[in-house]
Every structure is written in structure tokens, then in C-alpha cells.
Design a protein around this ligand. Structure first.
Ligand code: GUN
Length: 291
């Protein structure tokens, strides 16, 4: 039987609608309109598109959007000074510095200078620690979106055997932490894992976040498993066409899986929706408002 297709576009729209409701509630209860500041350094075309989409969706949900577009040769000192001003600005509840930063800038230093309570990317070591020890944290957007999609098909994840392929700080590790928080039994697989197909076949929930086009094959999937594909890879087909594919060989895996996310239209649309949700969470943390 063909797998259920998990519609990330529709679920992201639901998350944005919830964010818009939260904005209205915060305006009413605390006279507070949350604000998100995005800092873009340089002219990377993909980053420009991301930043434009972020700003548009921020405004659509009723929040304030602050955009800072700086030339590629901006000094690290000036970027750090801007982050300090945003840290101190009461109208700014969330700060995102778009990556990649130019080579002359120490990205880690810049990201670590963001106030952890405004760190809507969830990359600051304080938030990483808070997530792992179960404190209220700002959690990276892509794993948060992936977990929301997984819970749409497995609402109670307790005891589920989850395999995460990939151990990046941005996706693999926080994904593992989130699934552990949901009481999954979590395996983190990576490039040194022995017999990766066999490890994946043990998964009721498989999350692929490796960045290798269509690496996960049909015979890696346990029949009925839920497959969340985080990969977004641009490939050229044998016919010479450009195409976006995930880390999962979609057509063949969809014949075995119980549910699967498509690429595009799966995890991708969830990322910005979760960024907006994080901006609400950040505002609530700053104003000591319970969820
Ligand atoms: N560039 C591409 N994706 C992201 C993201 O999620 N956060 C930041 N800060 N930069 C990015």
C-alpha cells in the first residue's frame, strides 16, 4: 500500500495560524506585539530569498519584522555591535543572523553573542544545554518542524524506535534530543555507523538529515515506518533537468513506508513556521509568560 503523504505545506499553514492567534492574545493580554530581527550580511542569492520569505511571513502573522541588510565587507566588530543593540532593543524579541556569514567573520562568535532568550535559531550553547536537560528552551526550527510532522502521524511517540541519520548541531543532535524528550528510543546514525541499512530497518520513525541525495533506499525502510526527510538537495537528472530531491529515494520508499514527507513540501515549509513560533516563545520567556 502506498504511504500516506505528510503535507508539510498544510501543516505549516496551521502552525502560522496558531502563531497569528498567539500574537493577538499577547497584544490583548500584555500590549505586546512580538518582533523578529533578521540580519543578512552579503548578497548570497539563496539567503536573500530565505530572508524575504521570513520577513513576509512575520508580517502576515501580525508580528513586527526588522531587517538589517549589511554589505559583504562589514567587519565582525560592526556585526557584533549590531547584535548588542538588538539584544538591548525591547521591540526585538527574536534575533536571527542568517548563515552562511562571509569568511572573514567568526560565525560562532556572532551566534554566541545573541542573548539566549532571543536566540530563535536555538543555536546558542545555553539553549542546547536547556534542551538536553529538559528546561524551557528555544529549539532549532528544522528539528522542531520535523517532530511536529512526525507527531501528526504518531501522536504518542513514547517507546517508538527512532533512528536519526546525521549528527549535525543544527538538525541531527537537536532532533535526537527532541525525540528523547518524547520518550522515543533514539539511535543516532552517521557516516561511521556499521550496516546503516540494517540500523534503519529497525526504525518505526526514520529521520534522514545527511545531505546526500536519495541515499535512503527502499530496503532500508521497515514496512509501515514513518519517514521524515530533512534533505533538500539540488540535482541534475540524466535528462539534464534541475530537480530538488531529499535524502530519501522517495518513490521507492513510499511503496514501503506507512507515511512519508515529500521534498519539496515536507519539512521545508515547517522551518519558517517554527521560527515564527520560536519568536512567540522567546517573547513569552522574556516576559515570563507561561505557555
Ligand atoms: N541559513 C539557512 N538556514 C538557516 C537557518 O535555519 N538559520 C540561520 N541562521 N541561517 C540559515
Amino acid at each position: 500500500m502506498a504511504a500516506q503523504v505528510i503535507d508539510g505545506k498544510a501543516i505549516a499553514a496551521e502552525v502560522r495560524a496558531e502563531v497569528a492567534r498567539d500574537v493577538k492574545a499577547l497584544q490583548k493580554s500584555h500590549d505586546l506585539t512580538p518582533g523578529l530581527a533578521v540580519v543578512l550580511v552579503g548578497e548570497d542569492p539563496a539567503s536573500q530569498v530565505y530572508v524575504r520569505n521570513k520577513a513576509a511571513q512575520t508580517v502576515e502573522t501580525g508580528m513586527q519584522s526588522f531587517e538589517y541588510k549589511l554589505p559583504a565587507d562589514t567587519s565582525e566588530y560592526d556585526i557584533l555591535a549590531l547584535v548588542q543593540r538588538l539584544n538591548a532593543n525591547k521591540n526585538v524579541n527574536g534575533i536571527l543572523v542568517q548563515l552562511p556569514l562571509p569568511k572573514h567573520v567568526n560565525a560562532e562568535k556572532v551566534l554566541n553573542s545573541i542573548d539566549p532568550d532571543k536566540d530563535v535559531d536555538g543555536f546558542h550553547p545555553t539553549n542546547v544545554g536547556r534542551l538536553w536537560i529538559g528546561e524551557r528552551a528555544l529549539v532549532p526550527c528544522t528539528p522542531t518542524g520535523s517532530a511536529i510532522l512526525a507527531k501528526k502521524v504518531i501522536p504518542d511517540l513514547r517507546g517508538v524506535n527512532a533512528v536519526v541519520i546525521g549528527r549535525s548541531n543544527i538538525v541531527g543532535k537537536p532532533m535526537a534530543a527532541l525525540l528523547l524528550r518524547e520518550s522515543c528510543t533514539v539511535t543516532v546514525a552517521h557516516s561511521k555507523t556499521k550496516d546503516l541499512p540494517a540500523v534503519c530497518r529497525g526504525a518505526d520513525l526514520l529521520v534522514a538529515a545527511v545531505g546526500i541525495p536519495e541515499m535512503v533506499k527502499r530496503d532500508w525502510i521497515k514496512p509501515g515506518a514513518v519517514v521524515i526527510d530533512v534533505g533538500i538537495n539540488r540535482i541534475t537528472t540524466p535528462e539534464g533537468k534541475n530537480k530538488l530531491v531529499g535524502d530519501v529515494a522517495y518513490a521507492e520508499c513510499a511503496e514501503v513506508a506507512g507515511a512519508i514527507t515529500p521534498v519539496p513540501g515536507g519539512v521545508g515549509p515547517m522551518t519558517i513556521a517554527c521560527l515564527l513560533q520560536n519568536t512567540i516563545t522567546a517573547a513569552k520567556i522574556q516576559y515570563n509568560i507561561k505557555d
